[in-house]
Design a protein around this ligand. Structure first.
Ligand code: AMP
Ligand code: ZN
Length: 457
């Protein structure tokens, strides 16, 4: 059986085949770093994490790149470290590379140059625009009909409404309000349009076309439509084979977002004592193309489910160490395990149908625990345990990043966070004071290139 994924560009499920057999190259539009990520952003990340983990479960190697939209180095360090720490708490596997926009201006300028040479751009008042009516496929991903598009109507802003679809800016002429955020270029001083970074960095880090491009559905237009136009226009190649988009996390019927002010951060929930793995489970458990309504009481159910999975793993591994009647009921355990694996795999093969996948996990837990009551021996318990940890390589709720840190108190987390902030603002004496206070509380913090890690003394 092959994996099938819903491809936004064809609007249907298609059989997935890696462009280079055995390896899947994935690009995800990442966060704008000066924003502290909220649970909606984490939903997008956990969807990609599920996708990656399942592809690995099915034997693929995965190379994953996520861009970081930075503006300048000074403002971002604190936000980035907070983001990485939260990512670890949610058991999200890191990407293989996190290229930063400001480090790739050269590649973006080259794209603009190629588009210009290809006759797809024009200049106005020092800015360069993409003339979208010269790219016949414009609108294919979003399905927007651009019949009424007025040639020459253009926007300078990076995000705009559907009705306003028009020529978008590739290079923005420098303005006084840009402060010191501008670059020299063959087109004059200025800064790149936001859509350029993904076309430039995905090509550099993955090569084009790559296998899968992901993002939230809000990015389909204009961002992804413009990425496609840029890459195709400059190179004549498709950007990605598959486009996968996650639905939104909503609160009271509206998208969770910074601008609506209805957002909740991971830290808000940690302060209430919620286990980050329960949050992961909640964000993971609804199919990625369905709206997910955030309700705090949904976290109780998630915590219970996680506890049941952990309890089964504990009981089964305990039984796997028993020495008498090791072979008892092994055949039945093997049958249950094989049937669970088959149901789990069939479900996730079908565009990552996680709810059916989880149902298979809980079926196994029910039948496995019943076997335990009937005197299951070590061999069968070992089979059950291995099957469950196999599922958990996809679900990642047994341990991992949260593991021993899961029970860090809100107070300790707040101290770690405050120390990062102090470091970001170069307040070394405050950072040292907090490090000592943490040490007193039994926590050692080490600074690594990926941000701080901590462990118990
Ligand atoms: P942003 O920081 O807003 O650029 O978003 C980073 C990623 O999170 C993008 O893929 C967005 O589509 C996604 N995202 C933002 N808000 C939500 C939400 N409420 N639900 C799901 N994904 C979201
Ligand atoms: Zn992007």
């Amino acid at each position: 059986m092959a994996i099938r994924l819903h491809n936004s560009i064809s609007r249907r499920e298609e059989e997935f085949e890696a462009l280079e057999p055995g390896t899947v190259r994935i690009y995800s539009c990442g966060p704008t770093v000066y924003d502290h990520p909220h649970l909606g952003n984490w939903r997008a990340n956990i969807f990609v994490d599920l996708l990656k983990r399942y592809l690995i479960y099915r034997g693929f190697e995965v190379r994953h790149v996520m861009n970081i939209t930075d503006v300048d180095d000074k403002t971002i360090r604190g936000a980035r470290e907070t983001g990485m720490k939260e990512r670890d708490l949610l058991n999200i596997d890191p990407a293989d590379a996190y290229p930063k926009a400001t480090g790739h201006i050269e590649g973006m300028l080259q794209l603009v140059d190629e588009l210009r040479t290809g006759g797809l751009t024009y200049e106005s008042e020092g800015s360069i625009y993409y003339a979208v009516d010269r790219f016949p496929e414009y609108g294919r991903l979003s399905g927007i009909d651009f019949e009424g598009l007025k040639p020459g109507a253009r926007v300078d802003v990076d995000e705009y409404e559907k009705e306003e679809a028009r020529d978008f800016v590739l290079w923005k002429a420098r303005k006084p309000e840009d402060g010191d955020v501008w670059w020299e270029s063959p087109f004059g001083e200025g800064r790149p349009g936001w859509h350029l970074e993904c076309s430039a960095m995905s090509a550099e880090y993955l090569g084009i076309p790559f296998d899968i491009h992901t993002g939230g559905i809000d990015l389909i237009f204009p961002h992804h439509e413009n990425e496609i136009a840029q890459t195709w226009g400059a190179t004549g190649k498709r950007l990605a084979r598959f486009w996968l988009h996650n639905e939104h996390l909503i609160v009271d019927g509206r998208k969770m977002s910074k601008s609506l002010g209805n957002f909740i951060t991971l830290n808000d929930l940690l302060e209430d004592g919620v286990d980050p793995v329960a949050i992961r489970y909640m964000l993971l458990g609804t199919h990625y193309r369905q709206l997910l309504n955030f309700r705090p009481d949904g976290l109780d159910g998630a915590a219970t489910s996680v506890a049941r999975i952990r309890e089964a793993a504990r009981l089964w591994s305990e039984r796997a160490g028993r020495t008498e009647e090791t072979g008892a009921l092994a055949g039945e355990a093997e049958e249950s395990a094989a049937s669970a694996v088959e149901t789990f795999t069939t479900a996730l093969d079908a565009d990552l149908n996680i709810s059916e996948g989880l149902a298979a996990v809980f079926d196994l837990i029910r039948s496995g625990n019943a076997l335990l009551d009937r005197g299951l021996g070590a061999d069968g318990a070992g089979v059950l345990h291995r099957t469950l940890t196999g599922f958990d390589s996809v679900l990642a709720v047994l341990d991992g990043g949260a593991g021993e840190n899961a029970d860090l108190s809100a107070e300790i987390l707040a101290m770690i966070e405050a120390r990062e902030e102090a470091r970001a603002t170069r307040d070394w004496s405050e950072a040292d004071r907090l490090r000592d206070a943490l040490l007193e509380a039994g926590i050692v913090v080490e600074d690594t290139p990926d941000g701080p890690r901590w462990k118990r003394t």
